[in-house]
Design a protein. Structure first.
Length: 86
């Protein structure tokens, strides 16, 4: 099975750059895992959103979309849990 390509929305890249280095390492590690399995155990489809999924990384949430046809995972948001769904 071929891996999925990972892309970042411009806003998600800015959010990632604003995080503490130790958190960035954890987030990048989990995002890299999405290339092999875009819907890992613990991921959830967001209600009310057609194509958005989320994974938890401690107190942070990564919200992303999956395009199975083109095999792309697009990272949409990387935020603290209290701000992730606003």
């Amino acid at each position: 099975m071929a891996d999925y390509a990972i892309t970042f929305a411009r806003s998600a890249r800015r959010e990632l750059e604003a995080l503490d280095a130790s958190i960035v390492r954890r987030v990048i590690s989990r995002i890299d895992g999405l290339a092999q399995d875009p819907r890992p155990s613990g991921s959830r489809k967001l209600q009310g959103e057609q194509k958005l999924w989320r994974i938890r990384i401690g107190d942070y949430r990564v919200v992303y979309s999956v395009d199975d046809r083109q095999r792309i995972v697009d990272i949409v948001r990387i935020r603290h849990r209290r701000e992730a769904y606003r």
